[in-house]
Design a protein around this ligand. Structure first.
Ligand SMILES: [Zn+2]
Length: 74
């Protein structure tokens, strides 16, 4: 039997169900969405990291700019 990439096996009843299925159509049990959740959390982490980098870079530039201005004004 060929493995269909759009299908997966239900961990509760071992029937073939759609990969994106939230509820098994055979046993009606909620399907674990570990893969999708992990993808979302890594996306969140990347977004937070990017924001932190941008904020720290901006803070650094502003600090440098203020320091330069203080030197010039003297
Ligand atoms: Zn099932």
């Amino acid at each position: 039997m060929l493995t269909d990439m759009s299908m997966r096996i239900c961990p509760f009843c071992r029937e073939k169900i759609h990969r994106q299925a939230v509820v098994c159509r055979y046993c009606k049990r909620d399907q674990p969405t570990v893969g999708r959740r992990r993808k979302n959390s890594s996306g969140w982490l990347a977004a937070i990291t990017a924001t932190a980098v941008i904020v720290s870079a901006t803070a650094f530039l502003v600090t440098e700019f203020i320091r330069e201005r203080n030197i010039w004004s003297k």
